[in-house]
Design a protein around this ligand. Sequence first.
Ligand SMILES: NC(=O)c1ccc[n+]([C@@H]2O[C@H](COP(=O)([O-])OP(=O)(O)OC[C@H]3O[C@@H](n4cnc5c(N)ncnc54)[C@H](OP(=O)(O)O)[C@@H]3O)[C@@H](O)[C@H]2O)c1
Length: 236
Amino acid sequence: MDKIVVVTGAGRGLGYCIAKKHLSLGDVVYGLEFQITGELKELQSENPRLRIFQCDLGDDASVKNAVRDLLSSEKKADIVYSVAGIFAYHDDKGLAATDSETCMQYYNVNTLGTLRLGRELWPLIGKGTVVVIVSSEAGSIGAARRKAEYAYCMSKAAVNMLGKLLSNELWEKGARVLLFHPGWLRTQMGGERAKRSAASIEPGESADNIVNIVLDVDKRPGDQLYMTHQGELLSW
Ligand SMILES: NC(=O)c1ccc[n+]([C@@H]2O[C@H](COP(=O)([O-])OP(=O)(O)OC[C@H]3O[C@@H](n4cnc5c(N)ncnc54)[C@H](OP(=O)(O)O)[C@@H]3O)[C@@H](O)[C@H]2O)c1
């Protein structure tokens, strides 16, 4: 209760569910969103503790601008969730069909978006802060079985490295980093395939699991960083 929580991708999908869960716990939520959805505005009308800011994570100036109010209002962030990301099934291509421009877009949002967020929020990250990066099993090199999706998988492997470096750097400050595979989600990103599959899950279920692990982070050894939403460790 009364935690200061920052969530990217707060307008829909997993980010929306994480924001809603923290509001239900009585926390103050700063929701960053690319295109502010009607659903997010409705959530705000029911929850004055939700503050919404427009933000393109793919752009340095936009991220700087989005967190200006947060930096002037708060002294510390308790939890920072980097949830926003991009993936489209039509980019599920082998090497010969993979273009550099697409790879740059994925890297810019999925990897550098998290870097920009952390950099701009640096003054608020201190003892007890938990930085949560929603990655994917697709970012695991050790468990990689795909023969395609270069742009997405590479961007998630890179954000895993960002998380590990950040964890090393923050250790002495007493702040933690966790990286999650949220499951195959019935969201816009998961698409019709996820909505029809019994192997997928609702984003609300994944959000509940992730939030519960984050709130209990002190029970986890510091070298346990990369895991599923159910807390099972993943190979880097
Ligand atoms: N869905 C899955 O099955 C799955 C599996 C593994 C990992 N993940 C990861 O889980 C996270 C959440 O996925 P999801 O299924 O909730 O996705 P989603 O429903 O497609 O939502 C993606 C969110 O990211 C935001 N976003 C995209 N580009 C942005 C940008 N440039 N700046 C700021 N925000 C931006 C979107 O904002 P707009 O609404 O304004 O576009 C939206 O809020 C992602 O990091 C994803 O890679 C998902």
